[in-house]
Ligand binder design. Structure first.
Ligand SMILES: NC(=O)c1ccc[n+]([C@@H]2O[C@H](COP(=O)([O-])OP(=O)(O)OC[C@H]3O[C@@H](n4cnc5c(N)ncnc54)[C@H](O)[C@@H]3O)[C@@H](O)[C@H]2O)c1
Ligand SMILES: [Zn+2]
Ligand SMILES: [Zn+2]
Length: 389
């Protein structure tokens, strides 16, 4: 089969690889009908995430049709159309039983190594380095889904691939980021980054009745989409002081909640930080927590910092300000399964149209390397790439 494979920093190729095979009775094999490139994939492309190996198959946002099952009594049957959360869940461990799906204690078969490298392992993830289990991803014609009796959801009748695909990751990620803010209604939420995750966070903040939704972003087409998603205020950090504008909007108080939809590859803007971040972008493995630093300053006392953005190691953060302000930080890989059904209902009743951010479509994985590059460089107004195979 054909698949998008990692071959080194900034070297992604479409290659012929062996078809996946059933390894366990809980497995299924999917014929992938649609898949997408995620901002998290850029951390692999850029070489920020350690333990990638030449030939690893990428992709954790995918859906498809079951073509093979590991046992005759599997809950999934040949022909079922399923959408697959990016985290793999055993369904049996304490974290799975608590619904903390992204912290599954059993699905990451390289958990010990991850604990040594990063301090603590996540659940097993598809196509996301050997620290997350070394499972092949779904930017491919076929994919093996381990423990497929737990996380995947059958696609509701009448829902198109484009409506369902982002249930795998970015839609629940944006939703969880705002869920973590504990809104009662009317609050001011400031969201750094209007990439796919930030855009769904904005949409979620609208649905959870935030009063003011401030989007912080520099890229024009993403700013435009932030407005469409429902941002009430836009701050472009390349043109103006983020802190001054947030103080002005909130009458000097600071935002009730701040949300990091940028992660470890933030750009610095203006002065020394701008130059430094340009140099760091050329190097590998340098975490740049610029958005997070701004958030600590911009949130009001006793406010919430919500961090869906991904980090791969230790970053310096002003703990004194966090304690002095009495802040609460909520973080995490998304517990995707927790949100599948409620979000599918919101798609079905028209409250969310997840397709509004798709900028590039392709029916050929051969376009993958070029589309990865366009997405990374934000060229050709690239916001979200989807493959229909
Ligand atoms: N927690 C999870 O489970 C989970 C799931 C998916 C993605 N993520 C993470 O969420 C983050 C965003 O993902 P995405 O797909 O939207 O990525 P993306 O790279 O497309 O978007 C990031 C956006 O941040 C903007 N940005 C960069 N520096 C900034 C700064 N200093 N201030 C404000 N904006 C800035 C960029 O212009 C870009 O539009 C990534 O770190 C990704 O790894 C986490
Ligand atoms: Zn993702
Ligand atoms: Zn588990």
């Amino acid at each position: 089969m054909r698949a998008l494979c990692w071959n080194g920093r900034n070297d992604i190729r479409c290659e012929t690889v062996p078809d996946p095979a059933i390894e366990d009775r809980r497995d299924v094999i999917l014929r992938v009908t649609s898949c997408a490139i995620c901002g998290s994939d850029l951390h692999l492309m850029d070489g920020q995430m350690p333990t990638m190996e030449k030939g690893d198959i990428l992709g954790h946002e995918f859906m498809g049709e079951v073509v093979e099952v590991g046992s005759p009594d599997h809950v999934l049957k040949k022909g079922d159309r399923v959408v697959v959360p990016f985290n793999i869940n055993c369904g049996e461990c304490r974290m799975c039983r608590l619904g903390n799906w992204s912290c599954c204690l059993k699905s990451n078969r390289n958990g010990e190594m991850a604990a040594k490298v990063q301090g603590y392992p996540t659940a097993g993830l598809f196509g996301y380095s050997h620290l997350t289990g070394g499972y092949s991803g779904g930017q491919a014609e076929y994919v093996r889904v381990p423990m497929a009796d737990v996380a995947p959801m059958k696609v509701p009748e009448g829902m198109s691939d484009e409506q369902a695909l982002f249930l795998t990751d970015i839609l629940p990620t944006g939703w969880q980021a705002i869920d973590h803010c504990g809104l009662q209604g009317g609050e001011t939420v400031a969201i750094w980054g209007a990439g796919p995750v930030g855009l769904f966070a904005i949409k979620s903040a609208v649905l959870m009745k935030a009063g003011r939704i401030i989007a912080i972003e520099t890229v024009p087409e993403r700013i435009e989409l932030a407005r469409i998603a429902g941002a009430t205020d836009i701050i472009n950090p390349a043109d103006e002081s983020v802190q001054d504008r947030i103080r002005e909007i909130t009458g000097g108080q600071g935002a009730d909640a701040v949300v990091d939809c940028v992660g470890m590859e933030a750009s610095g803007h203006g002065g020394v930080l701008g130059v430094l971040s340009k140099v760091q972008e050329k190097l590998t493995a340098t975490e740049r927590p610029y958005a997070l630093e701004q958030m600590v300053q911009a949130v009001r006392p006793c406010g919430i910092i919500s961090v869906p953005g991904v980090y791969s190691g230790a970053v310096p953060i002003n703990m004194a300000a966090i304690v002095q302000k009495g802040l609460t930080m909520k973080t995490g890989q998304t517990h995707v399964k927790r949100y599948l059904e409620p979000l599918a209902k919101l798609i079905q009743d028209g409250s969310i149209d997840p397709t509004f951010l798709i900028s590039h479509r392709s029916s050929n994985l051969e376009d993958g390397p070029e589309l990865y590059r366009k997405f990374r460089d934000k060229e050709d107004k690239c916001v979200k790439v989807v493959f229909h195979l």
